[in-house]
Design a binder for this molecule. Structure first.
Ligand SMILES: [Zn+2]
Length: 387
């Protein structure tokens, strides 16, 4: 009897172990509706030293927006990357509330406009107020004060999140109208997709001559971008949206590095917005693997920005979202394996608060719970701009 018990307990212990060791081969029992995913590759997260002088002069503000990135998206990425992200090293954390002026549950246009202009507007509106008047954006204030400006996004540059920083139109799907706003003295570098909205337009003229007249170097291959060292750049690397990661390659990391290299040549400083655009689309698709790969691409980009800011000492870095997509929850995971089990609750946006992470001089002002419009106010204060 004693021997039987011993054998039985050994068997239980062994089977427990074998389940632990082989769940990645399909023996792990996911919750109903849960999706199990192991990241394709983990990235090394280097240590970033905190900025010790909170009163250092702020020259640059870099805002990184993970479209649709809620706390669960960050945590799924963190778990998949063996419990460590670059975002972890942004010591000041807050939450912002995302509702639009006319709807509790926002879209990227309404929420992005609030981040960019400090004014709540209607669902679907691109930096205009509820009667259609343009509301000035942080990018326009920066340009008006003699700073360099840029936008780097993993979608069309005419899509809602980049559009809210430079364009003013009543509806987000007016892509060709939005494109005309890029023919501007207010923006120096924009990188993303959407060349058809500029060069193969259904309405109006080809914008290539107008962009060139404004001094833009137009590039459509990443290799050509690598050769540009200064000046204004219109980088349009796809007819429409860019591909999902990893198909689009290291566009977001390399594009962001190039934007920082060029914009940093400005005497005063710069404003740069970088968007991890497809975290949102992964949420709409209810695809945990897509979510994690986009999150990790975004985090590697955050890493490049933090390394720049660490070295520079005069750069405020903010990472946040416009809203949460998918009502994602992380059910289970394994840090060593980089395995995440997660589940979506909707194919649309949810209404929950989204996280804000800040690093650099002025970062402590981003602690607390506030409306999304406060992000604009805090960036204005950081630059020392007045309306
Ligand atoms: Zn969305």
């Amino acid at each position: 009897m004693k021997n039987l018990l011993l054998i039985l307990s050994l068997f239980i212990a062994l089977s427990g172990y074998s389940q632990q060791a082989t769940y990645l081969d399909g023996k792990y029992k996911a919750e109903k509706g849960g999706q199990v995913y192991v990241a394709q590759k983990q990235h090394v997260v280097d240590d970033i030293k905190p900025i010790t002088d909170p009163n250092a002069e702020i020259r640059n503000v870099i805002l990184l927006i993970g479209d649709g990135m809620g706390v669960s998206h960050v945590f799924a990425g963190m778990t998949a990357n063996n419990d460590r992200l670059y975002i972890d090293q942004m010591p000041f954390v807050g939450f912002q509330k995302t509702k639009a002026k006319n709807k509790f549950r926002t879209d990227s246009a309404g929420a992005g406009s609030a981040l960019a202009t400090g004014e709540k507007t209607n669902y679907g509106s691109i930096s205009v107020d509820s009667v259609g008047n343009p509301t000035p954006t942080i990018l326009e204030y920066a340009a008006g004060n003699g700073y360099a400006t840029g936008l780097v996004v993993a979608c069309k540059v005419t899509h809602a999140t980049p559009a809210v920083f430079i364009a003013h139109v009543p509806k987000r799907n007016l892509y060709e109208d939005i494109a005309t706003f890029f023919v501007s003295d207010s923006i120096d570098v924009f990188l993303g997709g959407g060349s058809d909205n500029f060069f193969k337009r259904e309405t109006g003229v080809n914008l290539r001559p107008a962009l060139e007249a404004k001094g833009f170097q137009i590039v459509q291959e990443m290799d050509d971008l690598a050769n540009i060292k200064s000046g204004k750049v219109a980088g349009l690397f796809a007819n429409g949206h860019l591909d999902a990661y990893p198909k689009r390659g290291e566009f977001l990391v390399n594009g962001s590095d190039k934007a920082m290299e060029i914009l940093n040549q400005d005497d005063k400083g710069f404003f740069l917005m970088i968007e991890g655009s497809q975290i949102d689309w992964a949420g709409h698709d209810n695809d945990v693997g897509y979510t994690i790969e986009e999150m990790l691409d975004f985090d590697r980009t955050v890493g490049e920005v933090l390394k720049f800011a660490e070295k520079d000492g005069h750069t405020l870095v903010i990472v946040t979202a416009d809203h949460e997509t998918g009502g994602l929850s992380v059910i289970n995971g394994d840090i060593e394996q980089g395995m995440v089990e997660a589940k979506f609750n909707t194919t649309g946006h949810s209404s929950v608060m989204v996280p804000v992470f800040a690093y650099g001089p002025g970062a402590e002002k981003f602690c607390g719970i506030y409306e999304n419009t406060a992000i604009f106010d805090k960036m204005m204060e950081a630059f020392g701009f007045t309306k």
